[in-house]
Design a binder for this molecule. Structure first.
Ligand SMILES: C[S@@+](CC[C@H](N)C(=O)[O-])C[C@H]1O[C@@H](n2cnc3c(N)ncnc32)[C@H](O)[C@@H]1O
Length: 253
């Protein structure tokens, strides 16, 4: 029954002000917000980061994007931000995949693949990914607000290392990630709420998030609070505590 199990993609949509959450999603999302009032703000700041980082990459000449853990489309998604670029959305969630499939109908440059980013080889070698993305040319891989849903300590860094080896020099990895650095008690409460709903959450420290980039060299302001990252666009009113974002580049071009 759709209402029984909260779903992170729909909860994220709810935090962003969307209308696709069911009662179970809303209950858990409201409890999360009660435990940590910054979460909806962090969700919006995270999407604003997506907008800035994609526009920045387009300005740098990047025309290919793989958006891992894409979530539900918001109407301001990677293919809309990077018009004319090749975009592949990846998510494990059939609902997120379905919604993105509808969002890209009629767009010959964008597609969506249902796959688990914890198997990066499978994602990168997926027939549809290879059809849309030319890995001999620079590509930007986006992993926004998703690696904290991968509980294994080493897995995101190991996955990013596989991505690094697969992409051409001049490629990029963008990551945003929740941390418990600023308020460990709140993060622990949120973690327990998710765990009670059967969803594993692993906030990482800023140092652990930095380690995910591995050989990708951090560019711009480095790994900073998401709304501090190239804040040329209008700022969100407050910096969400402990929500980091960064962009790494594979050197060589
Ligand atoms: C919080 S949403 C983030 C959506 C979007 N990236 C953003 O920043 O607004 C996380 C998404 O990651 C997806 N996800 C979680 N674990 C995943 C995995 N192992 N592989 C692929 N997608 C995953 C979820 O289904 C959900 O749609």
């Amino acid at each position: 029954m759709r209402d029984e199990q909260p779903n992170v993609a729909r909860m994220w949509d709810y935090h962003l002000g969307g209308d696709r959450a069911c009662a179970a999603d809303r209950r858990l999302a409201d409890a999360v917000t009660a435990a940590c009032p910054e979460v909806p703000l962090a969700a919006r700041a995270n999407r604003a980061f997506l907008g800035r980082v994609v526009r920045h990459l387009v300005d740098l000449g990047v025309r290919q994007f793989v958006d891992l853990g894409a979530g539900l489309p918001t109407g301001c998604d990677t293919h809309a931000l990077a018009r004319g670029s090749r975009v592949v959305y990846v998510d494990t969630d059939p609902l997120a995949v379905l919604h993105h499939r509808v969002a890209v109908v009629g767009n010959p440059d964008a597609t969506v693949v249902q796959a688990d980013l914890r198997d990066p080889e499978l994602v990168l070698r997926h027939r549809d990914v290879r059809h849309y993305i030319d890995f001999a040319r620079p590509v930007a891989v986006l992993a926004l607000a998703v690696y904290h849903l991968v509980p294994d300590v080493e897995e995101p860094a190991a996955g990013a290392a596989v991505i690094y080896d697969h992409v051409a020099p001049g490629s990029y990895l963008a990551v945003t990630h929740g941390s418990a650095d600023e308020s460990p008690d709140r993060a622990a409460r949120v973690g327990r709420l998710y765990a009670d709903a059967g969803i594993a959450l692993r906030p990482r420290s800023r140092a652990e998030i930095g380690a995910i980039f591995g050989r990708f060299e951090l560019v711009g302001p480095g790994l900073v609070a998401v709304d501090r990252w190239h804040p040329a666009a209008p700022r969100t009113p407050r910096t969400p505590a402990g929500w980091y974002g960064g962009l790494g580049r594979k050197a060589g071009l």
